[in-house]
Design a binder for this molecule. Structure first.
Ligand code: AHG
Ligand code: MN
Ligand code: MN
Length: 357
């Protein structure tokens, strides 16, 4: 943003979107409420040890969530902040979260709205105790019409059905990155006035990159095409890719994706032998899909390695998927390795079938 331009607050951006017919008042309220909750989470995160919010939520199995993962105090607190903020506004029918087994329907005492909200209240929470960036990810779907009792099944819509998605990153500055299907825009929290102010209109991910993000410690557990893809990246200038690559891994998806939206790169959490039985590590509905929507809206691509992420038909609220997203050409390259591998496997399968017949 040029220093002389008049600042566009999130509220003003949303009002202008409403005036131009891109969103209705309910969706505008929903996004404002999520942004307000993110400000509260930002304050809690920012207090660190002084707020008594670091560490695990409970002893032993008391703090294990539906994912089988130990909850941090801030996972629980962030979930509660988002639930409380969104319960009474009349904009939602139900909410679902990484930290809850099933969706929560808006209580009867409040009017029921037409949207469904999914969120990862605190992403990268293993990083909280070491003061590294964490974030909140959210996805908004329309509640199907004529549903008497909203349940988990109504959330199982493909990513293409999202009407809005975003994340808030709690780093050196707190930033909200949002799409309503009209580009991806970044807002920075002005802590003095307590308001998100637009700092990048229309983020664009460079098509090409020399930077990749992956947890290399899983290398030996990957599938052959992933082994080969990363092997070729590591071979650098002398290898088939003909250029040297750099690597970054924050282990907070929000922070890694934010870097990619800002300067390009490819993020991947592929299938590996440890998570193959679960379908992957990252969750489709409140991690992969909202990030895929944001990345596509910024000119990038997002895939499972075998299918466009936003086209995946969900089968469960907490379903996991392999993830490749970021600079378009690089994602296509990674997908190419999977396609080539699958094609060879299919051919050798056919040859085997013919020989055995
Ligand atoms: P969450 O904290 O919401 O469970 O998500 C953590 C995710 C994601 O943010 C990150 O990219 C990944 O887990 C890190 O996994 P590794 O620890 O296996 O690197
Ligand atoms: Mn997460
Ligand atoms: Mn989380």
């Amino acid at each position: 943003m040029s220093p002389n331009a008049s600042p566009v607050s999130l509220t003003r951006y949303l009002i202008e979107d409403q005036r131009e017919g891109r969103i209705g008042p309910d969706l505008r309220l929903l996004i404002e409420v999520v942004a307000r909750a993110c400000k509260s989470i930002s304050i809690a995160v920012g207090k660190g040890a002084l707020g008594g919010v670091l560490g695990d939520a409970g002893e032993g199995t008391a703090s294990i969530n539906v994912q089988g993962e130990a909850q941090k105090k801030l996972d629980v607190l962030s979930n509660e902040i988002l639930l409380e903020a969104n319960a009474w506004g009349g904009h939602l029918a139900a909410l679902a979260s990484e930290e809850m087994d099933h969706c929560v329907v808006v209580p009867d005492e409040y009017p029921r709205g037409k949207y469904l909200l999914l969120f990862d209240p605190l992403d990268g929470s293993s990083n909280i105790d070491v003061n590294i960036s964490v974030g909140t990810i959210f996805s908004v779907l329309r509640c199907p019409d004529d549903v008497a009792q909203v349940g988990d099944e109504h959330f199982l819509q493909p990513g293409t059905a999202q009407v809005a998605a975003g994340y808030c990153t709690y780093g050196p500055s707190t930033m909200l990155v949002l799409t309503i299907g009209n580009g991806t825009h970044a807002f920075t929290l002005d802590r003095e006035i307590g308001s998100f102010v637009m700092t990048t209109r229309g983020m664009t991910i460079p098509e090409e990159t020399k930077e990749f993000a992956v947890n290399m410690s899983n290398q030996r557990f990957w599938e052959p095409p992933m082994q080969q893809y990363v092997g070729d990246l590591l071979a650098g200038k002398e290898g088939p890719r003909g250029k040297d690559f750099n690597m970054r891994w924050v282990a907070s998806m929000v922070a890694d994706v934010h870097r990619i939206l800002t300067r390009g790169g490819i993020f991947s959490y592929p299938l590996d032998a440890k998570c193959a039985g679960k379908g992957g590590k990252l969750r489709l509905m409140y991690e992969a899909n909202p990030m895929a929507f944001l990345v596509e809206q910024a000119g990038g691509a997002a895939s499972t390695g075998r299918q466009r992420m936003l086209d995946v038909t969900p089968t469960g609220l907490h379903q996991r998927v392999p993830v490749f997203l970021g600079s378009r050409r690089e994602v296509e390259a990674a997908v190419g390795y999977h396609q080539a591998h699958d094609a060879v496997r299919a051919t050798s399968g056919n040859v085997k079938a013919v020989t055995e017949a």
